[in-house]
Each structure stands twice: as structure tokens, then as C-alpha cells.
Design a binder for this molecule. Sequence first.
Ligand code: ADP
Ligand code: MG
Length: 262
Amino acid sequence: MQLTGLLEKMKMDHLSYQLDAVCEQAAKRDLGYREFLTEVLQTEWNGRYQKGVESRLRTTRFPWVKTLEQFDFAFQPSIDRKVIRELATLGFVDRAENIIILGPPGVGKTHLAIALGMKALEAGHKVLFMTLESMITRLTKARMENRVERQLQQLFYPRVLIIDEMGYLPMSRDEAGLFFRLLTRRYEKASTIITSNKSFVDWGEIFNDQVLATAILDRLLHHCTTLNIKGESYRLKEKRKAGILGTTPKTVDIKDETNEDM
Ligand code: ADP
Ligand code: MG
């Protein structure tokens, strides 16, 4: 059988496309048989890996993609880089632990959540991103249509579930109850990353029920890394750099109610 036929039968599409270049390179570098074989298989593997990442990326619902490498840690000194480095090794996914990222608007909560989600995705895990609002809408709709179990099961499936923007809108008790059911299901089985502009003491307000808030925090915090970002908005920094804002605002704390994101 011809080489191209073999590659086709073995579904080695990526190698097929790059065959001439790979052979040319191998000749130039005077590779041995083993090295050449490694190079050839690596080409196919790289292509398959990249395709896998891209197809999984489409199912994550990330609003945009940012990486840890794109995060300017010097700008946000309250973030311990060691903790981020440790999280990036994805031990938290294997141990089904949670991450809670707190801080005022613009400090990079969503950026970090997506960047850690990207790491998990690249390692082959299923990742799903949702704002709290859209998740609650889904669950409520599912309950009205008598299929809440199925919806909860769908949200249980991702190894990493990112729930963004907890705290912008308060929840009714019923909604908080649905959220609690989801967390109970994922507890110690799969990781959840939550971002919030509210500190834990204010979570009672979000859930409209102090007892439920305590139960939710209990599930979330049992195995959890909390990042409390105390710093300035990166968006404001960029605007200032562009000359849109004049003076340097004081550093905002998490309790400050800023509506920049709304
Ligand atoms: P938050 O979710 O805390 O409101 P975002 O993560 O949406 O903030 O960040 C706002 C914008 O600023 C995004 O485009 C993000 O990529 C960028 N950003 C925030 N912090 C940093 C940082 N330290 N380095 C690089 N970009 C950042
Ligand atoms: Mg955000």
C-alpha cells in the first residue's frame, strides 16, 4: 500500500497534511530512524491534541479566553503567585476541591477563573462556564418543566464548573435552594470555581436566608482555596493609561459597592 493510502486508512490526517515538511526537516537535520519515527508520531499527536482542545473549548461557554501567562501578577500583589502556581498543577481538580475568588470589579476574578479553567481543559477535563444568573435561569426553567433532576445531572457532569458573578443579583429562597442542591451534588466529587464581589459575611444577603447561606458556605469551603484580591481595577488602570481618567483612585476594598461591571 502507498504511504498516503496507509495514512488515510489509519486516519493520520495531521501527519498527512504535514508529511512533506516533516520529511524535509528530517533530511536537513539528518535524523536517525528512531528520532524520525518520534518526530512523525509527535506531529500526528500534536495535531490531535490541539483539535481536542479546540473542540472541548467550544463546549465550555467561556465568554472570552485568557491565560495565566497573560495575567500581570505585578499589578495585583495581594495574589500569592505560589498559590496560583499550585492551583495550575490541577491537584484541586483531582481532589475535587473548590476555588473561590473574591474581590471588587475589574481585579481579574473572571480572568483567573477562565485561565485555571483553560489549564484544566488542556489537561483533558470537561469545563463549563456560566454566570450565576444564567445558571439559576436554567435551573428555574428546568424546574418549571419538571426536569430539574436532568438539569442538575448535566451541571454535575463537568469536572470544573465555573460560576461567575455571584452577588450581583440576590436570589429568592427557592433559587438558593436549587443552587444548594447543585453544590451538594458536586460536593467532594467535582470542582467548582466561584467568583464574587461580595465577602462571605454578605452571602446571607445573596441567598436571602442565613441558614441556607451557612449550609452553602459549609459545602463550598470544606475543601477550598480562597483568593481574596484586594486591589485596583485593571480596567481603570487601562483607562487611566489611555488618559480617560485623570487621578489615581484610592484602592477599593471588597465591601465598596462599585457598579462598574453592571
Ligand atoms: P473581574 O471579573 O474581577 O471584574 P476581569 O477578570 O473581567 O475582572 O478583568 C477585567 C479585564 O482586565 C479583563 O480583560 C482581564 O483580562 C483584565 N485583567 C484584569 N486583571 C488583570 C491582570 N492583573 N493582568 C492582566 N489583565 C488583567
Ligand atoms: Mg468578572
